[in-house]
Design a protein around this ligand. Structure first.
Ligand SMILES: [Zn+2]
Length: 530
């Protein structure tokens, strides 16, 4: 690509894309996603290197390329498309319009300098490059970018070369592993300062941060090598060239562009709080980037898993109290909004990713919590072993929720269909009320009612039972299946703490007589995070 017009407000980029595809069926027409200006040329690149011009027509956001002859199933072929587009002029006011703000954007940073950068999520790459723009399709991405020489240009993968040529500089990057197209990233700026630190595995954390934000960036990004080491131990090797983090003006958060994460410049004003955004984006290099989602409906496999992993790092790094607080906040957000749609919405239509972002507590917070509940059911060692295998087996593939459910059930030897039906494929959450009744024989009948509207959730719940004598409490597990279940125990129980470890996605009713577990208090009828 080349920046052919650099004047402020008139920036324009020419992309000369050579795209290699594998035909997954006999193919006469190649359908690419593209909404930019009409292509200058489209050609088939023959094995001799010569080109044959092709006819392409634009139709409803697609560029339909007549390949001239049928390409057999399984054959690879290369198409060259040249497009020229004006960069999107970012005003700074539109940045949080997730889903519509993005493409290849020219805008001023908080330093008042010009940045030219891409923001492709979820479907905006197609505004500047014709491509198969869906995470089901992974693609390698090699970049040769010619920009005015004052810019530092960053792209996914390994920096292969950079050389000055007159008033320009040519940068070459290679990312030779498949990534989702929303991860393709190019950014050019002349105000970054770079740092580079090796993690224990030898992989590098590389940062590009505005000069003025260097001091805060050490707080915000300084623990990333430790986080990288933690994730590698938990879920397997980091499989990208480097863990790069760039300060850019994007929406008020991060974007996990593989190997070259974008972090919004506003995050650097609250570096302590923003650490977790950086931990989250790094964790995407397993969930989302390494193991892609097959459909947008499976979005929780990207965001929920990523939040689960970053919560685990916070527990390791910041301690149990900080982690517990984070989980509590997430539970409040998720249970407050999970009626809108299921964690994995049904197949009637492919789900709009922007709808997920408008109720992001569902894929992110509920997603992470459902994994925490699975951890409570199968145990941490079993879940950790499963996750390690999952990311190894499906590296550079796109996966579905059905695969995750089937493999988890098979590996743990548990029938989790009832659990998935309520927590993953259903809306809402369980609301539990426990009632203790003395039996004639001197024991206690424990009744657990699910008081939420709708069907019962199937999940085991642990109760911590205390008697009158003041002895050590005992634990009992009750399998919830119906909206009312009972269990009798031989001893006198005065008090039952529901879910003492706080691993169940749901709410527990409380009153002055029914206390809450440590770390929560009774408010508006339910135990809630302090
Ligand atoms: Zn994310």
């Amino acid at each position: 690509m080349e920046l052919t017009e650099a004047a402020r407000g008139r920036e324009r980029i020419v992309v000369d894309a050579r795209e290699t595809f594998v035909a997954t069926r006999a193919l006469r027409e190649l359908s690419l996603d593209y909404t930019g200006e009409a292509p200058r040329s489209v050609a088939l690149v023959l094995s001799s290197g010569t080109e044959r011009a092709l006819v392409a027509r634009s139709e409803n956001g697609k560029l339909r390329v007549d390949l001239g002859a049928t390409i057999a199933k399984g054959r690879a072929f290369t198409v060259r498309v040249v497009v020229s587009n004006a960069l999107v002029q970012g005003t700074g006011r539109d940045r949080n319009a997730i889903g519509t703000f993005g493409g290849f954007v020219a805008q001023d940073t908080s330093e008042g300098r010009r940045m030219l950068s891409t923001l492709n999520w979820p479907k905006l790459g197609r505004t500047w490059i014709p491509l198969r723009d869906h995470p089901a399709d992974g693609a390698m991405f090699a970049l040769r970018a010619t920009f005015p020489k004052r810019f530092t240009v960053v792209g996914n993968g390994k920096l292969v070369s950079s050389r000055e040529s007159g008033e320009s500089k040519v940068w070459e990057y290679e990312n030779l592993v498949p990534i989702p197209s929303y991860d393709f990233h190019v950014a050019a700026y002349d105000g970054w300062k770079e740092t580079d630190v090796a993690a224990p595995s030898g992989k590098h954390v590389h940062t590009w941060v505005y000069g003025a934000d260097q001091p805060t960036s050490s707080v915000m990004l300084g623990e990333l090598p430790k986080a990288l080491a933690f994730y590698e131990k938990l879920v397997g090797p980091f499989r990208f060239e480097q863990a790069g983090f760039l300060e850019e003006p994007i929406w008020a958060g991060g974007m996990e562009n593989a190997g070259v994460v974008s972090l919004d410049e506003t995050l650097f004003r609250t570096p302590q709080e923003s650490r977790t955004t950086a931990f989250h984006e790094l964790a995407h290099h397993w969930s989302g980037n390494l193991v892609r989602i097959r459909r947008w409906n499976d979005f929780w496999l990207s965001e929920g898993f990523t939040d689960y992993l970053s919560h685990r790092f916070v527990e390791e790094n910041d301690g149990a109290a900080a982690s517990s607080k984070e989980w509590g906040v997430a539970l409040g957000r998720a249970t407050g909004s999970d009626g809108a749609f299921a964690l994995r919405p049904g197949d009637a239509a492919e789900f709009d990713p922007v709808r997920f972002m408008n109720a992001s507590a569902i894929p992110y917070d509920k997603g992470a919590w459902v994994l925490r509940t699975v951890e409570g059911i199968v145990g941490r060692p079993a879940l950790d072993a499963f996750l390690h295998g999952w990311f190894a087996r499906h590296a550079f593939e796109a996966v579905t929720t059905e695969q995750w459910e089937a493999e988890l059930s098979s590996e743990t030897g548990r029938d989790l269909s009832g659990f998935f039906s309520g927590f993953v494929h259903g809306t809402g959450h369980p609301e539990l009320r426990v009632t203790l009744t003395a039996t004639a024989a001197g024991g206690t009948r424990i009744a657990v009612d699910q008081t939420q509207a709708g069907a019962a959730f199937a999940v085991p719940v642990t109760l911590e039972l205390s008697g009158a004598s003041g002895g050590a409490p005992t634990l009992a597990t009750i399998d919830l299946r119906d909206k009312h279940v009972e269990k009798e125990v031989p001893q006198t129980v005065r008090r039952a703490i529901v879910d003492p470890k706080g691993v169940l996605y749901g709410l527990v009713a409380c009153s002055s007589d029914d206390p809450c577990r440590t770390g929560t208090s009774c408010r508006a009828g339910f135990c809630r995070a302090l």
